[in-house]
Each structure stands twice: as C-alpha cells, then as structure tokens.
Write a protein that binds this ligand. Sequence first.
Ligand SMILES: [Zn+2]
Length: 100
Amino acid sequence: MDGQICFCGRVGKINCSWTTSNPGRRFVGCERYGKAGACGYFMWVDAPMCDRARVVIPGLLRSIGRLEAQVRREKKIKMYLVVALITSWVLWTCVFALVM
Ligand SMILES: [Zn+2]
C-alpha cells in the first residue's frame, strides 16, 4: 500500500481513521487531503473491522482518554505539592534562623 500514486500524481499518504465506525483503520489518501486541490483519492489499507471491534476499540480509546486526563491532573497536584514542600522548608529555615 505504501507508495501508491493518487490521481494528482503525488505519493499517497497512509493515515489512520479515528471515527467510531472505523477506529484505528488505516487508509491511503491524497497527500493534499483536506486542502485545496486535493484529488479525493482514497483507499482502505486494512480490512473492515468486525462489529465487536467497532464497539470495543472506541470504549478503550475513551478509557485511555480518561486515564490520560487523570495523569495530567495528578501531575499538576504533584507540582503544587512540591512547591508547597519547598516553601515550607524555606519558611522553617527562616524561622530557625530567627530563633537561633
Ligand atoms: Zn492527489
């Protein structure tokens, strides 16, 4: 499939569909797809997916999205905690310096 020439003479580009009806299914399209002057060349690389895969894969993608969002939130919390810890160290150092 690699190296196919589209109707306008360019080497076709392999892309991956992320629609709910074809999640993760690869296709070759015109390199200029979505831009002015695209020829509309389109051909699936992978065979059609079974009905079960069309249900399971979008569910897995949603789960991955939720987990990635959770990781981003927890990284932000970690950063706040590190700043709070460093600030508390600095404040305690100042307090001890004043007391001594
Ligand atoms: Zn083309």
